[in-house]
Design a binder for this molecule. Structure first.
Ligand code: IPM
Ligand code: MN
Length: 368
């Protein structure tokens, strides 16, 4: 399935494919890689980078979003570090489907891990809530649901037009995600108590989410130390705003996960800080880490975009690669920079340039 690259290379080297992508993607990736270099020297681990030029410009030049052998090549890496894709001259959906979703599906990155953590000094739109209240994680299923692209048109363009878009859920697909989420909740080991909340809509989606519900109940019995909890997705949106402190870990379907993690992203201070991992947890799997913000074309080349999300994505990559201490050191450094140095997390208002924020994080990595 995978190329032989992994077997033939030194096991201690983290092999990373870098897709800098479009717009401000390259600017924030540069800062993430600056931090990666610094922490690798401090923690004495090795990594190798290989650059892939994919994104909007590459598509406009070549007419292809991904070359035919892209998946095979990328599957030989331990991880992919992705900046952003999205180009003003490329129709919406082309890069999203042809690159981002294609990689998630083809590399079977069935977990989309999105921490919602308010860092010190970061502004949240929620009144009266701080870092103690906003600290939970969303585990979003990443390969099924409405994202499968199943559907079609009938009598397209006529007054009688019918369109269908079908959500697919498999037992295997929901079970592997739910099981991973229980195990993640155990590892996270929240001192306030370990709780996994299934977020779905069992009162309406009485087939697909019934499968999720039954699977969740069954799998829960293997993890008696984790409280198995359930919220309907609409109620979850209210609780996330009213009592975010209620949550420890949420597991949810792909489409609902997409929506609630944008809500989560804004609670934690917006796209300047929110990062996510598309994880294939299987042995030999290739996972992909990205800042959640887009390519922000209007800010391109100005050096004003916030690289903290991209730096957080590096920490997530290192955690997945087994460099836990390095990941925690980056987290701590980032928290000091947001808490003590930056004026804001918004583009152009940080009090520093993109590259100065990277330098501040590097400086904070040194032992204190
Ligand atoms: C995300 C994005 C993608 C998604 C889009 C760009 C296809 O919104 O990563 O959340 O819907 O998953
Ligand atoms: Mn989204």
């Amino acid at each position: 399935m995978h190329t032989t690259a992994k077997e033939t290379t030194d096991n201690n080297v983290i092999r990373i494919a870098v897709i800098r992508g479009d717009g401000t993607g390259p600017e924030v990736v540069a800062e993430g890689l600056k931090v990666l270099k610094a922490i690798s020297e401090l923690e004495h681990f090795s990594y190798e980078l290989s650059e892939f030029p994919f994104g909007g410009d590459h598509y406009l030049e070549t007419g292809q979003v991904l070359p035919e052998d892209a998946i095979e090549q990328l599957s030989g890496f331990d991880a992919i570090y992705l900046g952003a894709v999205g180009h003003p001259d490329v129709a919406p959906g082309v890069l999203e489907k042809g690159l981002l979703l294609e990689l998630r599906f083809q590399l079977d990155q069935y977990i989309n891990l999105r921490p919602v953590k308010l860092l010190p000094g970061v502004e949240t739109p929620l009144a009266g809530k701080g870092p103690d209240e906003i600290d939970f994680v969303v585990v979003r299923e990443n390969t099924e649901d409405l994202y499968c692209g199943v559907g079609g048109f009938l009598k397209k363009g006529t007054p009688d037009e019918v369109a269908s878009q079908t959500a697919l859920y498999s037992r295997k697909g929901c079970e592997r995600c739910i099981r991973w989420a229980f195990e993640y909740t155990q590892r996270r080991n929240n001192p306030k108590g370990k709780m996994l909340t299934l977020v779905a809509k069992t009162n309406v989606l009485t087939y697909g989410h019934d499968l999720w519900w039954r699977t969740f109940q069954e799998v829960a019995s293997d993890y008696p130390d984790v409280k198995a909890d359930y919220n309907h997705v609409d109620a979850c949106c209210m609780w996330m705003v009213k009592n975010p402190e209620y949550y420890d870990v949420i597991v949810t379907t792909n489409m609902f996960g997409d929506i609630i993690t944008d809500l989560g992203g804004i609670l934690q201070g917006g796209m300047g800080v929110a990062a996510g991992g598309n994880i294939n947890p299987d042995p030999g799997g290739t996972s992909m880490f990205e800042p959640m913000g887009g390519s922000a074309p209007k800010y391109t080349g100005k050096g004003v975009i916030n690289p903290i999300a991209a730096i957080n994505a590096v920490a997530m990559l290192l955690e997945q690669a087994g460099q836990t201490t390095a990941a925690r050191r980056i987290d701590a450094a980032v928290a000091r920079v947001t808490g003590e140095k930056m004026q804001s997390q918004s583009a152009g208002k940080m009090g520093y340039s993109t590259s100065e924020v990277g330098d501040l994080v590097v400086a904070e990595l040194a032992p204190h």
